[in-house]
Design a protein around this ligand. Structure first.
Ligand code: HEM
Length: 535
């Protein structure tokens, strides 16, 4: 029996694609011909040249030569696990999503990752961590593609290639492998100051988790929930680890990374293998769906901002337990394809410009990473709900489609199969009369107030860790002007933080350059529009 990659317990399945992998008592060719020998190529005599006739040799080498696929352009290094999500029904009033109904149980696959390093880099580096969850719901797959930090570097997805190019290793030296200790990173974040809030989270202890099991997860963006009666609310989604949030100190991370670069991957696998199943509660912050899409003065469409839990408590709506290790890393962890556009009835996207760009980008990158348009047929990506689409053919097509009419309208194959109700509804959100622009709302101009809030919420020892992190990372920059520019940004966050980092770098501490006006607590859309420059 073949282990089933869909099953949290790895239980055998009748899935023909999995079953195709290994069967029978003998070694065979890919086409099932039993083999007598796989150790010697076919030669003209024991010392003679190898013969072109040896199909087994050619097939074996051809397949090996093509075993590698491109690693992810970001989040290349990761570790995955199967599990189950059980809803407590607390969200049933605000969303009609079937998997959030009381006591609904949904299989999941989770992939944790670092962002910047390549597939073979160390787990213990200072970096943001990915926390991506695929829920195989009865209404199709829902993917919550989050990070372990609640905010992001940029406000508009058009800047994603810029931040990633700046943060990846230098094009000339290809260093550093997976850390932010280099000129191009600090050059970008000091020039593009909307990145300062996320950068501060990176420099905090959150940048070096103790374990994947002790990380929070955040959907970051605002999503729109749709209730059974059609009513809508806005929400943010959070994972809360049952083991609490814990980090490594920087010194611990250096030791752990030296002794065991697979520190987090091993920890997750061993915990699950030994039955110490990690668990997270899923929580939501709920906000009224007003035309302004602000809450308590915070722009809900700005992914560099969080909503403090004191203003909007996180309400727990279910629990996820990871209870199964992957059977095959490549088949599952490497080939899993998450997508922010994988939404189910009852959950819709917001107009956050970062989320909108992600909805394009993931599909696009997976098309080349997974070699064609049929990657949702790969077992780990396949929905557990029935699929009846009109997508046909293409590279790596696994299905043998019946019928003759993969088009609508059609009078053949039984006609139009649309569901009368229960299908996905795009919420009809009103868009006020506006002008086509390349710009952001004025509320996106506040780059420092929440960074300051984060810094002042830290204990003295956490602040000391942050100062040490900035001092270490910035000391690795070659360009003095970049260090000085980053000190200006720190001055705008907090004078004491700036002074301590400046002292460690042996540079003068600058004065704050930006005096930030508190944003209008609830600017009307028309006022926002007036401040938008026209491209
Ligand atoms: C991959 C999170 C922003 C493009 C990932 C992964 C996570 C993630 C968790 C790894 C998925 C996996 O394990 O397979 C986030 C979060 C973001 C964000 C939380 C902001 C809040 C963006 C943006 C873009 C982007 C703005 C592009 C416009 C990508 C790409 C991948 C990726 C291309 C590789 C996907 C693949 O090859 O399967 N992201 N991301 N991300 N992300 Fe993002």
């Amino acid at each position: 029996a073949t282990p089933d990659p869909h099953s949290p317990t790895g239980a055998p399945s009748a899935d023909p694609a999995s079953a195709a992998a290994q069967q029978g008592a003998f070694l065979t060719t890919a086409t099932g011909v039993p083999l007598r020998d796989t150790d010697h190529s076919l030669k003209a005599g024991p010392r003679g040249p190898t013969l072109l006739q040896d199909h087994h040799l050619r097939e074996k080498l051809m397949h090996f030569d093509h075993e590698r696929i491109p690693e992810r352009v970001v989040h290349a290094r990761g570790a995955g696990a199967h599990g189950v999500f059980v809803s407590n029904g607390a969200a049933a009033d605000v969303t009609r999503a079937a998997f959030l109904a009381k006591d609904a149980e949904t299989p999941v696959f989770v992939r944790f990752s670092t962002v910047l390093g390549s597939r073979g880099s160390a787990d213990t580096v200072r970096d943001t961590r990915g926390f991506a969850t695929k829920f195989y719901t009865s209404e199709g797959n829902f993917d919550l593609v989050g990070n372990n930090m609640p905010v992001f570097f940029i406000q508009d997805g058009i800047k994603f290639p810029d931040i990633v190019h700046a943060a990846k290793p230098h094009p000339d030296r290809e260093i550093p492998q997976a850390q932010s200790a280099h000129d191009t990173f600090w050059d970008f974040v000091s020039l593009h100051t909307e990145a300062q809030h996320h950068t501060l989270w990176n420099m905090s202890d959150r940048g070096i988790p103790r374990s994947y099991r002790t990380m929070e997860g955040f959907g970051v963006h605002t999503f729109r929930l749709v209730a059974a009666d059609g009513g809508t609310t806005l929400c943010k989604l959070h994972w809360k680890p049952r083991l609490g949030v814990h980090s490594l100190t920087w010194e611990e991370a250096q030791l752990a990374g030296g002794v065991d670069p697979d520190f987090h991957r091993r920890d997750l696998y061993d915990a699950i293998e030994s039955g110490a199943f990690p668990a997270w509660d899923l929580g939501i912050q709920v906000f009224p769906d007003t035309p302004e899409q602000f809450f308590e003065g915070i722009d809900l469409l700005d992914p560099t901002k969080l909503v403090p839990e004191e203003l909007a408590p996180v309400q727990l709506i279910g629990t996820m337990t990871l209870n199964g290790n992957p059977t095959n890393f490549f088949a599952e962890t490497e080939q899993v394809a998450f997508h922010t556009g994988h939404l189910v009835p009852g959950i819709d996207a917001s107009d956050d410009p970062l989320l909108q760009a992600r909805n394009f980008s993931y599909l696009d990158t997976q098309l080349s990473r997974l070699g064609g348009p049929n990657f949702n047929q790969i077992p780990v990506n396949r929905p557990h709900a029935p699929v009846n689409d009109m997508l046909r053919d293409g590279a790596h097509q696994q299905a043998v489609h019946g019928g003759v009419a993969p088009y609508e309208p059609s009078s053949l194959d039984g006609g139009c199969p649309f569901t009368a109700d229960g299908g996905f509804v795009d919420v009809p959100v009103a868009i006020p009369a506006t002008t086509k622009v390349r710009a952001s709302p004025a509320s996106f101009d506040d780059h420092f107030s929440q960074a300051r809030l984060f810094w002042t919420s830290m204990t003295p020892v956490e602040q000391e860790h942050i100062v040490n992190a900035y001092s270490f990372e910035l000391a690795k920059c070659y360009e003095q002007a970049i260090k000085e520019r980053q000190l200006f940004a720190l001055a705008n966050i907090d004078a004491e933080l700036c002074a301590q980092v400046a002292a460690a770098l042996g540079l003068p501490a600058p004065e704050a350059t930006v005096t930030y006006d508190e944003p209008d607590p609830s600017p009307a859309l028309s006022q926002l529009g007036e401040t938008w420059p026209v491209d």
